[in-house]
Design a binder for this molecule. Structure first.
Ligand SMILES: *[C@@H]1O[C@H](CO)[C@@H](O)[C@H](O)[C@H]1NC(C)=O
Ligand SMILES: *[C@@H]1O[C@H](CO)[C@@H](O)[C@H](O)[C@H]1NC(C)=O
Length: 286
């Protein structure tokens, strides 16, 4: 054993020890089966350990230490989840105006233009052919969103890498529009990412709507790709969200869930956000 590998071994042992202790103290959340356990993350102790861990991967060793980039910056992360046209944008805009929160919409402009191609439009035209193309890129761009550095103490995101997989990839596969091999490859990528990269989420805000409300709202607005979205699609997305966030029977939750009924009109919704403001921002007081 070389001197450097002894150093790495000792460091990793120390990290594990600290993590075992950290986990014992608890962070008040038991819902950490996916994403990143805050306790573990705090143990990683920044970039020094990070680079040690990486060099140990290169030797083919498996380690429990996750690659922590800006996910380890200890800022609060709130993800706004919900069906298409559930009012996520209104919610983000509301909180965007009220300071100290950095708001991230879904990077749709990237999905519409990757080096001159529009995988979003292609996916809507022919999901079986282009589903994996779009979803691979969605996964990358969402990961980038989760890890980007911010200056404010709170990060609020439209959806997450988790719903990209648990809702949208899952829907393509279950509806027979994604070949099993494509689903397997995407799942391998997702599992590798969530196993090896720390993606902390502190709160999920679920804007709960009926698919019919979303369908009505979609008719009113004019985003090009959305004109072809049928009601059945919204029903499937709704079911997947309900199974994940309400019934909790499908996939692990990366964070606690706050449910806000969101079938109301704009004015009432703004009022709801105001009402829930403290609860939502409480995620940043950990
Ligand atoms: C990885 O490193 C640990 C020490 O941190 C050691 O106990 C283990 O045997 C190594 N595993 C492999 C596959 O090299
Ligand atoms: C948030 O506010 C900034 C500054 O006013 C603005 O540039 C940005 O577009 C807003 N983002 C959203 C999602 O509303």
């Amino acid at each position: 054993m070389s001197v450097s590998s002894v150093v790495v071994t000792l460091l990793l042992k120390r990290v594990r020890l600290l993590c075992a202790r950290g986990a014992g103290t608890g962070t008040g959340s038991s819902l950490t089966a996916a994403g990143c356990n805050r306790a573990t993350e705090l143990c990683d102790g920044g970039r020094l350990i990070q680079s040690r861990a990486r060099s140990s991967w290169q030797r083919g060793n498996s380690t429990t230490v996750k690659l922590v980039q800006n996910g380890g910056d200890n800022k609060a992360v709130i993800c706004i989840e919900g069906n298409i046209a559930s009012g996520k944008t209104t919610c983000l805009e509301y909180f965007n105006k009220t300071g100290n929160i950095q708001v991230f919409t879904e990077p749709v402009h990237k999905w519409r233009n990757v080096r001159g191609h529009n995988p979003l439009a292609l996916m809507y035209q022919d999901p079986e052919r282009w589903g994996i193309t779009l979803q691979t890129y969605v996964q990358l761009t969402m990961l980038d969103r989760h890890l980007s550095s911010i200056s404010s103490p709170v990060r609020m995101m439209e959806r997450s890498i988790f719903s990209a997989k648990y809702i949208f990839v899952e829907n393509l596969f279950r509806s027979g529009k994604m070949p099993e091999v494509d689903y397997a490859v995407l799942s391998e990528w997702f599992d590798w990412i969530t196993t090896n990269i720390c993606i902390p989420v502190d709160l999920i805000v679920y804007l709960q709507t009926s698919p019919h409300t979303c369908h009505e709202r979609l008719k009113q607005r004019c985003r090009e790709e959305e004109k072809v979205i049928p009601l059945e699609y919204l029903v499937s997305i709704h079911q997947l969200y309900e199974d994940w966030l309400i019934k909790r029977t499908s996939f692990p939750l990366p964070a606690p869930v706050l449910v806000i009924p969101a079938d109301h009109d704009l004015q009432k919704m703004l009022h709801k956000y105001e009402e829930n403001r403290e609860k939502i921002l409480a995620a940043s007081y950990h």
